[in-house]
Design a protein around this ligand. Structure first.
Ligand code: PGA
Length: 244
């Protein structure tokens, strides 16, 4: 159960969140819990979860170790904060910051080489769904952004299916639509990495997940977890998602 805080919360607000959130998920041993704050709050977040099972992730990672890449943050820098996860290829990165399947692949490889677990995001836009292209779009994103990984690298990643039309819109994909897309993704994984890898990979659903719809989403055997934006900003709401 992963939270993506996007461009919200200062370090002080981060600390306040965890003071409330930690006790609420103390007994949540049924899943991994990850929160991805802004870079500037990574230290505060990692500090606030010390001694708990909660993990911290970045929202993006540079493909290079260091260099003249103004505005980017590298694997070793993320690692130094205590974070152990990173999102890669979130649709907002693709939409507003020119992220492509190629940069997604490069960033994923960088994460893996610094022992950070990448949560690699894929998903179709509204016009692609309406044109009946969902399966094609997912196939392309996976073939170009994920399939070139080595099998050993693939085994360490998490995939998040986030239909762009469901993000921040209050329009959740129905559990059936989500499960269907997850099956498409698993079929692509099977073609690239084989049966065992397809059965083992964790695929999260993301897009307007809330405390009141998480149960029906998680009831789908195809859905292994959720990636939550808006509803992860409030400790009570995210805790009730974690404890669904
Ligand atoms: P949302 O965002 O839950 O606010 O729709 C999900 C995401 O972008 O990861």
């Amino acid at each position: 159960m992963a939270g993506n805080w996007k461009m919200y919360k200062t370090p002080a607000e981060t600390t306040q969140f965890f003071e409330k959130f930690r006790p609420l998920v103390e007994r949540a041993t049924h899943c991994e819990v990850v929160i991805c704050p802004a870079f500037t709050s990574l230290f505060a977040a990692a500090d606030a979860v010390k001694g708990s099972a909660i993990r911290i992730g970045a929202q993006n990672i540079a493909w290079a170790k260091e260099g003249a890449f103004t505005g980017e943050i590298s694997g070793p820098m993320i690692q130094s904060t205590g974070a152990t996860y990173t999102l890669v290829g979130h649709s907002e990165r693709r939409q507003y910051f020119g992220e492509t399947d190629k940069t997604v692949l490069d960033r994923t490889k960088a994460a893996l080489s610094y022992a950070l677990t990448p949560i690699v995001c894929v998903g179709e836009r509204l016009e692609e769904r309406e044109a009946g292209k969902t399966a094609d779009v997912l196939a392309t994103q996976i073939q170009n952004g994920i399939a070139p990984l080595l099998p050993g690298q693939f085994a360490a990643i998490v995939i998040a299916y986030e239909p762009v039309w469901a993000i921040g819109t209050g329009k959740t994909a129905t559990p059936e639509i989500a499960a269907d897309a997850h099956r498409t993704i698993r079929a692509q994984v099977l073609a690239a990495f084989g049966e065992e890898a397809a059965a083992a990979v964790r695929i999260l659903y993301g897009g307007s997940v809330k405390p009141d719809n998480v149960k029906t989403l998680m009831a789908q055997p195809e859905i292994d977890g959720v990636l939550v934006g808006g509803a992860s900003l409030d400790p009570v709401s995210f805790a009730s998602i974690v404890n669904f």
